[in-house]
Design a protein around this ligand. Sequence first.
Ligand code: ADP
Ligand code: AMP
Length: 217
Amino acid sequence: MRLVLLGPPGAGKGTQASNLAAHLGVPHISTGDMFREAAASGTELGALVSSYMESGGLVPDDVTISVVRRRLSLEDCGMGFILDGFPRTLPQARALDETLEEMDATLDAVVNISVPDEVLVRRSSGRRTCSRCGRTYHLEYDPPEREGLCDDCGGELVHRSDDREETVLQRLHVYGERTAPLVDYYRSRSLLRTVDGDSSIDEVFERIRSALEAAPE
Ligand code: ADP
Ligand code: AMP
């Protein structure tokens, strides 16, 4: 299964992609996670992307596209993948089409998780991310067993610097300008399934599973 999860920051893409990846047995590919790992390990890529991420802007398309092309060429993507946070612009979507064509593959579906803006801000302000493995929690809706520590690896949970309210508002603005047009792009290709993401994590997971069995919009 080859899926794209689309939706504004805080919609639950990472949470659902991780559950879907475990359920379907395919890799979860998050460009945000890849960039954060690069920034934390101080690589050349990390130095390049940090300022864009800090300001709530997008990393340039050429950089992002080459990172994803390389990732999709790895063997573990042979049975499929779940893309979370990519594509985020029309040039990225076109580059994904070209890459898939070269792989002689097609997307099965694009799941658009829809959540009202005020809920997105609450989700981002309570989001905590493991500084070691990247797993995401929420102080109120999905807390860890031990306060401040990751259930999986014991790493320290941190509040992402781009989850400060003013940066979240900037990211929402960027989403509206640059990423929202992808909804029409994928609708016109008969790939889109919109799911109401304003419900519990388990309920949204069930909605996505049903949407994947239903006809596209
Ligand atoms: P995205 O990857 O779209 O930015 P995340 O999956 O990281 O979003 O979710 C944002 C925050 O909201 C996280 O703290 C996560 O634990 C929490 N969250 C995700 N889905 C839900 C949900 N359905 N209900 C409540 N909180 C949620
Ligand atoms: P995310 O974890 O998906 O919220 O992404 C965090 C940040 O990484 C974004 O605000 C961008 O700065 C950057 N980023 C992630 N994915 C992309 C992408 N596909 N295109 C450009 N920038 C991205």
